[in-house]
Write a protein that binds this ligand. Structure first.
Ligand code: BTN
Length: 320
């Protein structure tokens, strides 16, 4: 049944009208089954128009994710090494990679829709179909890299640099793992780590990037989308560029740590110099953000001096 939705989305992806009758014939199901699945897709957030006498169409044509196209567009260095899988709908791309054996890494998993997308601090990552990117990259380090707590920050830099390659220069980074633009969240990174120091260890790096969000979506915070920042690149080329940049970053980080990425992070740091509120389990603290330390900690100037915060402990809210 889920596969039927994927097939339906594939037929509608061209943005043209398809009659219920022709879809039913192509997919080998009844017209009412087509109607039922169209409704289910629309319920997930896919913008499908239904016009009596003409049929169904997507509000915008959609370049669906295609593992072969992504692999072909990867930098040569990763084309043979990185396993790539793309699905229409699954629970969570990161959960899928977590189930793979070490021998299958490095590997990437992408999806058009996630039914149980995971965000930081146990939150849900709302993952409607229709053009966003949900991708995860599984990686194995032979030994724990230096500055390990800063790995997510370096990943943010890699994502921004891949976007800049398409002329999308604007996104900034909000400590620890948010991509932001125009006052809203554009994307987020989630790092899931297993293994003990000194290693080996596995990292699953998940990226949710808003390309084109459904208009009326509610995700619990201000958001923006890449379409608001400039012409959108093809999704498969963009996915390949992001994966290539993340693989190159992980390769460098394994031995060099955060140092090669720190300057670029600071140039994109949207908190530096601003008053921020840090919320920890112990309560709220307000101070002025001083940038990041060499190990990726957020430096905050408080009334009694400098204090450092580490990813996972805190959330940050701009207060001025
Ligand atoms: C955040 O809370 O800001 C991080 C969100 C990370 C979401 C991505 S979407 C792809 C990958 N799969 C998941 O279940 N989560 C990450």
């Amino acid at each position: 049944m889920k596969d039927l939705r994927a097939q339906l989305a594939r037929r509608l992806a061209d943005g043209r009208f398809h009659s219920g009758e022709s879809l039913a014939r192509d997919l080998g199901v009844s017209r009412s089954a087509v109607w039922k699945h169209v409704r289910a897709l629309a319920g997930l957030g896919l913008d499908i128009q239904s016009v009596p006498g003409r049929g169904y169409r997507l509000a915008e044509p959609l370049e669906l994710l295609d593992a072969d196209a992504i692999r072909a567009a990867l930098p040569v260095a990763w084309r043979e090494r990185l396993g790539v899988a793309a699905a229409f709908s699954l629970d969570s791309t990161s959960a899928r990679l977590a189930a793979l054996p070490d021998a299958a890494l490095p590997a990437a998993c992408l999806a058009e829709h996630q039914s149980a997308g995971r965000g930081r601090r146990g939150r849900v990552w709302v993952s409607p179909p229709g053009g966003n990117l949900y991708l995860s990259l599984g990686w194995r380090f032979a030994a724990l890299p230096p500055d390990f707590p800063a790995l997510g920050l370096a990943a943010g830099v890699a994502v921004c640099e891949a976007l800049a390659g398409f002329g999308l220069e604007e996104p900034g980074l909000k400590w620890p793992n948010d991509l932001v633009a125009q006052g809203g969240k554009l994307g987020g990174l989630l790092l899931e780590v297993s293994g003990e120091p000194p290693g080996p260890c596995r990292v699953i790096l998940g990226l949710g990037l808003n390309l084109r969000m459904p208009r009326d979506i509610e995700v619990g915070q201000a958001w923006t989308e890449l379409a608001a920042l400039g012409p959108l690149p093809g999704r498969n080329r963009l996915a390949a560029a992001l994966l290539g940049a993340l693989c190159a970053m992980l390769d460098t980080f394994a031995t060099a740590g955060f140092a090669p990425f720190r300057g670029a992070w600071e140039r994109r740091d949207v908190l530096r110099g601003r008053l921020v509120e840090v919320r920890t389990e112990a309560g709220r603290v307000q101070g002025r953000a001083l940038g990041v330390a060499a190990d990726g900690a957020l430096r905050l100037w408080l009334s009694d001096g400098e204090r450092r915060f580490y990813s996972g402990e805190v959330s940050v809210r701009m207060t001025a």
